[in-house]
Design a binder for this molecule. Sequence first.
Ligand SMILES: C[C@@](CO)(OP(=O)(O)O)[C@H](O)COP(=O)(O)OP(=O)(O)OC[C@H]1O[C@@H](n2ccc(N)nc2=O)[C@H](O)[C@@H]1O
Ligand SMILES: Nc1ncnc2c1ncn2[C@@H]1O[C@H](COP(=O)(O)OP(=O)(O)O)[C@@H](O)[C@H]1O
Length: 297
Amino acid sequence: MKVSIKAPAKINLSLDVLRKRNDGYHEVKMIMTMVDLADRIDLTNCDSGKITVDVSEGFVPNDERNFAYQAAALLKKKYKVSAGVHIYITKRIPVAAGLAGGSSDAAATLKGLNQLWELGLTLDQLAELGAEIGSDVSFCVYGGTALATGRGEIIESIPSPPPLWVILAKPPIGVSTKEIYGNVKLHRAKHADTDAMLTALENQDTDGIFAHLHNTLEDVTLELYPEVKHLKDQMKRFGADAVLMSGSGPTVFGLVKTESRVNRIYNGLRGFCEEVHAVRLIRTSNTCPKPDESDIL
Ligand SMILES: C[C@@](CO)(OP(=O)(O)O)[C@H](O)COP(=O)(O)OP(=O)(O)OC[C@H]1O[C@@H](n2ccc(N)nc2=O)[C@H](O)[C@@H]1O
Ligand SMILES: Nc1ncnc2c1ncn2[C@@H]1O[C@H](COP(=O)(O)OP(=O)(O)O)[C@@H](O)[C@H]1O
């Protein structure tokens, strides 16, 4: 039997770092939403009992370092599953980009194996398991738009933004999330007005959303990698309505109201940046989907 499932990328509309915790993580307050740029995960049952992984992009690890492998191993151990699985990942989400590609692959694997292995787990159970793999995995299990607190694993569903185009552009550098968090200077960091962003989403106030985009990690990454600042400036110059770096970077996203402007921005950026995508926000109703309403293809 085979299950295929989509694993979409996320962007952070707002990301505030509140304090450093004793366990090495930072307490955060983030507003995250999914975009329709997705990896594809194909899960095929396998009698050997082993977990194997192949990835379309050779530089992504295909062993126990892969987050999808870790998701399968976690379920197999916890629920004493004797079957194995072959996981094939078709990568479309840029890697080490601030778009949670690996986390989304893990979340999709949890959801897909819940079906394939008929485990009957709820989204809450899958999200709790996902938090053992990475801070962003719980959000990726629920999808939609959410307020994420704690180290990112406490998820509350909130209204999706109004329909918008999103231009994603990643400069040719990889950024370590650990390094960026490690360089945050909390005494002089600029904080997000999360409540104002929540109100803007509640009111479907597009200009309010544009005005309150903020990412506390952005200044850290921009200082270390000036090419990210250059990309932000270019995206604004080509006509994006609002521009921000996603997560720890280095991907920059631009929000655009009008379709006619999307091509101009896309083509302008393609002139000097190889990884550019023009996508839409994924909009959902303001409730968490049930497991059977997920992204199973
Ligand atoms: C910055 C964000 C924003 O959504 O995304 P990305 O840029 O990775 O996409 C997330 O907070 C990243 O989450 P995730 O990528 O799952 O990070 P994890 O694997 O849990 O942690 C990697 C490392 O980042 C640091 N870390 C992560 C989360 C957090 N709240 N505080 C931290 O200090 C820790 O040093 C940790 O060892
Ligand atoms: N399924 C996966 N897809 C991408 N990267 C993965 C995956 N599993 C493990 N990784 C590792 O995780 C690191 C971070 O990748 P990714 O999740 O794309 O970053 P980010 O959260 O910043 O978008 C990569 O450098 C890669 O080695």
